[in-house]
Ligand binder design. Sequence first.
Ligand SMILES: NC(=O)c1ccc[n+]([C@@H]2O[C@H](COP(=O)([O-])OP(=O)(O)OC[C@H]3O[C@@H](n4cnc5c(N)ncnc54)[C@H](O)[C@@H]3O)[C@@H](O)[C@H]2O)c1
Length: 284
Amino acid sequence: MQEFTDRVAVITGAAAGIGRGLAERCIKEGMKVVIADIDEETIRKCEAEWNDDGASVLAIPTDVSKLSDVEHLAKETLGAFGAVHLLCNNAGVIVPGVIWENTLADWEWVLGVNLWGVIHGIHVFVPLMLLQDSEAHIVNTASPAGLVAGPGWGIYRVTKHGVISLSETLYYDLAQLGAKLKVSVLCPDTVNTKFVDSGRIRPAELQNESNNQIRRPEVELQEQTLRQALSNGTSPDQVADHVFNGIRAEKFYILMQFDRGERPQWSERVRIRTENILQEVNPS
Ligand SMILES: NC(=O)c1ccc[n+]([C@@H]2O[C@H](COP(=O)([O-])OP(=O)(O)OC[C@H]3O[C@@H](n4cnc5c(N)ncnc54)[C@H](O)[C@@H]3O)[C@@H](O)[C@H]2O)c1
């Protein structure tokens, strides 16, 4: 996709972090932008502010884990702007813990947003975007966690491996069709957002019964390490730059890497994992 002016973008998870950065970038590109998020108050504020500044923005409160909400999002988008040219399935959450101790509510919440959210986006929007028969693009936000393996954050890893796999499949399926609709999978490295505090918007019905569980020291450490890494991370605007460069270049894998000092860059971890699999060597 090369033309963005007056085209229509739909961004999920647009109230904060990367989604907000993407929405702001879409506005700069002259697009009409639908901002979807479970955080209704914030997207309403953004809508008012950005429209006052001359943009064309529509806020649609959406819980991406609910099919009916995503159907409503599509209906409202078409009603207001008549088409969808760019869809960013970006909303995501994370929960710490070791997988046998995570509650089923943890699984339901994170799988609901990160995996079902993207499934709903594809299920509802791809048929509409194919029917338009015009240049269009989908960007699914995954993570390096979907390309490598490691300890902790297991539910999150499962969802992001899922997003990579479903994006790759969509890529092949659209290519076989010769569709004008393209897809990319975004793997942002550490980005300076409040992502590690995802629990702030966890729905009441999926809260854990008790918050008094004693946490393992290694889980505490994983959370501290992530918090620290994110605070030193790249900015959402830089991610948006990578995304737009990637869309223009029709890149499927939109990856971002930067030096993390002593830790191997995650690209090296992808190579090690792949070699371990091919040589039947245990995870290292
Ligand atoms: N920050 C990073 O370093 C990083 C790295 C890799 C991948 N990611 C991915 O980037 C995406 C955005 O994360 P971020 O860092 O901007 O986090 P963030 O917490 O700043 O933003 C996430 C947004 O998603 C929204 N959201 C949560 N649940 C929702 C739901 N059910 N329906 C709709 N919206 C919902 C939140 O309200 C929030 O506005 C996520 O998919 C995350 O997995 C982030």
